[in-house]
Design a protein around this ligand. Sequence first.
Ligand SMILES: C[S@@+](CC[C@H](N)C(=O)[O-])C[C@H]1O[C@@H](n2cnc3c(N)ncnc32)[C@H](O)[C@@H]1O
Length: 248
Amino acid sequence: MNDELLIDLHKGNARQGPGGDEQTKLALNLAGLSNASQPLQAADIGCGTGHSTLVLAEQLNATITAVDLFSDFLDVLTADAEKRGLADKITTLACSMNDLPLKEGSLDVIWTEGAIYNMGFEKGITYFKRFLKPGGILAASEITWLTQIRPREITNHWKAEYPEIATAAQKIQIFEEQEFMLKGYFPLPQSCWIENYYIPLENSFDTFLAKHDSGEAQAIIDAKKTEIALYKAYRDYYSYGFYITQKI
Ligand SMILES: C[S@@+](CC[C@H](N)C(=O)[O-])C[C@H]1O[C@@H](n2cnc3c(N)ncnc32)[C@H](O)[C@@H]1O
């Protein structure tokens, strides 16, 4: 896939994946981070244009390193943070989550919404753990089966796309095996997919295709339309689960 086209399709929208400010706040409450007397050291990994980063900056006594592979997304976050008077709490870092130039054992909080899949769920947990202080929080949203019994079409689709998709019980077991304690879990509601992500994305399709008149651009939109149709048909069977955990 052409990164520049994908960036252009997504950077004008508030979110680059399913999620919501209310859900970020709920996860923060479950993490129990709101009354820190000293500024917390936090990182939001795979933050995109940083909707979750801005919520963290508003809600927490913290300095936040906002990490994404693409500086175009981080530029949007920088501009929004300035507009909202939050710039002094956020530093952006354009790099891969696979190779973070952060100090081991330095972070109180690692936040990652809809992004850990880029390096793989279990590998990501194992890698991120080293950057947390003992007792640090790892909060991650990740594609999750909502049921054990499912239509074969959707099971086969996701197993081909992302073999690590699993039920919440299986995901929680992986956190526990990696010496994290579960502080809370909830699945994202359908509004996080439809209203917050897919509708704004669909609204940008025509402008995107007018700007990029190519087969590659059309293929990206066709793939997104298939993804959206699949979600609408099978939304009772999968969502993102939000896992709030603590390093033991
Ligand atoms: C599905 S989006 C989620 C973005 C944002 N957290 C949200 O919820 O709107 C995944 C994000 O991961 C970023 N990403 C992909 N691969 C990455 C990598 N190797 N390192 C850091 N970020 C990466 C993408 O640029 C994108 O912003």
